[in-house]
Design a protein around this ligand. Sequence first.
Ligand code: MG
Length: 105
Amino acid sequence: MPILKANPTLKDFQGYVRQLEKERGFSEDTILHKCLFLGEELGELFRAIRKQQKMKTDANSKYGTVDEELADMLIYIFAIANRFNIDLEGVFREKEEVNKNRTWK
Ligand SMILES: [Mg+2]
């Protein structure tokens, strides 16, 4: 069982997900697999938000809470980033520098 240290960086999260995928037998899943799972988790997140917002939902549908579904999505985002060897912390910082110069009207 991988261990996620206290106060992890995004790199630590990516390493943790890489390890858990090895241990749980998901390392060979393709990028397409991971993208499809991420899409499913987005649907689960939206259903959880609908429920949290007291909107009608299918009582038999299985999904978690908003926070649980966000965590599921993060796992798939880390897994996809790992397959592309993307350093999420680095690209987040780079992209935010671009975003800071955008004009919002
Ligand atoms: Mg889920």
